[in-house]
Design a protein around this ligand. Structure first.
Ligand code: NAP
Length: 306
């Protein structure tokens, strides 16, 4: 099969398209023919080991010292089950699935084997594989943190970084939970964030949300602390009594299969929609990583593998 291997930690150019043996599923695994994957910001952190010095050592110990031990990166997929291990019961050949796995990687390829009890679910049939691959990463992360913050109907929620993968999901999911949403993004994304259901949009290039008179029950940082630290330090000024500020970088989220199922159902009912920025092919993975490295993608960058 064709797959992109990460030859060492470094810039996008460390990624190389190679011919690898097609994996064979173990007893508890399904082999998925991947039709689309996503280049996530997490993929770029792993590839470039773009972490603080303390985390970098830990990451090398866990992931591999000079290069990832799991040479094929990629955490997100949409595709079709192609064969199954002897103990697999819930899935069978031909099932259309989408999923996320931040431990095993392997989705920058034509095939991958993942355990059937992982973050895998039936993909929404109204979406293409490219659209389905734009749901799991931002959707699961946003849902986890909105739940953790206890967002409920009638609350006022501000999403900082409303146009990224996590942000576009957070806007839509907070709306789905009944909250009134204010999104913060740059000028080019104001229309997008409005179209996702934000009642108000703050363009951070002309206005600092912490200077406004609005008060929020939740400020959710969907940018990540490296860039949002300054805003987070000042965000208590805009919190309503009892309000909270939560960052997508607050700890390691517990992502659940039932939430992936829920995201698939919401997408099937049109209550959330995937946001796709650019779509590349596997051959152009270096360009896709260069683009995501810029830190300003709109929603998701997708790789069409078919
Ligand atoms: N806790 C965890 O385990 C975990 C896991 C995965 C990811 N994360 C975190 O989640 C973050 C977001 O991921 P993502 O994939 O959604 O990122 P993304 O798609 O690259 O989105 C980044 C967003 O940040 C905005 N932005 C960039 N620079 C900014 C600045 N200086 N000020 C304000 N906004 C800025 C961009 O909007 P504009 O283009 O409009 O500026 C964009 O909407 C990651 O960076 C990472 O820190 C955490």
């Amino acid at each position: 099969m064709q797959a992109v291997v990460c030859t060492r930690y470094g810039p996008p150019e460390v990624l190389r398209l190679e011919e690898l043996a097609t994996p064979v599923p173990r007893k508890n695994e399904v082999r998925i023919r991947i039709l689309a994957t996503a280049v996530t910001s997490s993929d770029c952190y792993v590839r470039g080991l773009r972490l603080s010095p303390a985390y970098r050592i830990m990451a090398r110990l866990v992931l591999g010292w000079n290069a990832p031990r799991r040479r094929v990166l990629g955490m997100v997929l949409s595709g079709e089950v192609d064969s199954v291990g002897a103990d697999v019961r819930a899935l069978g050949p031909g099932d259309r699935v989408f999923g996320f796995n931040r431990h095993l990687f392997g989705t920058y390829a034509q095939y991958v084997c993942w355990p059937e009890d992982g973050l895998l679910a039936t993909r929404p049939t109204n979406l293409t594989d490219e659209e389905s691959a734009a749901i799991p990463y931002g959707g699961l992360l946003a849902l986890h943190f909105l739940r953790k913050a206890g967002v409920r109907a009638g609350q006022s929620v501000l999403i900082f970084g409303a146009s990224g993968a996590v942000g576009t999901s957070a806007v839509q999911l907070a709306r789905h939970l009944g909250a009134e949403v204010t999104g913060v993004c740059s000028t080019a994304n104001v229309e997008l964030v409005t179209s996702l259901g934000a009642t108000r949009v703050v363009d951070y290039t002309v206005e600092d949300f912490v200077d406004g008179t609005e008060r929020y029950d939740l400020v959710f940082d969907a940018v990540g602390k490296r860039k949002s630290a300054g805003a987070l330090r000042r965000c208590r000024h805009v919190l309503a009594p009892g309000g909270a500020c939560v960052s997508v970088d607050d700890g390691r989220p517990n992502l659940r299969r039932e939430d992936l199922v829920l995201l698939g159902e919401l997408a099937a009912r049109g209550e959330i929609r995937p946001v796709l920025d650019r779509t590349y092919v596997l051959d152009d993975i270096v360009d896709a990583h260069r683009y995501v490295d810029l830190g300003h993608k709109r929603g998701n960058v997708i790789i069409s593998v078919a």
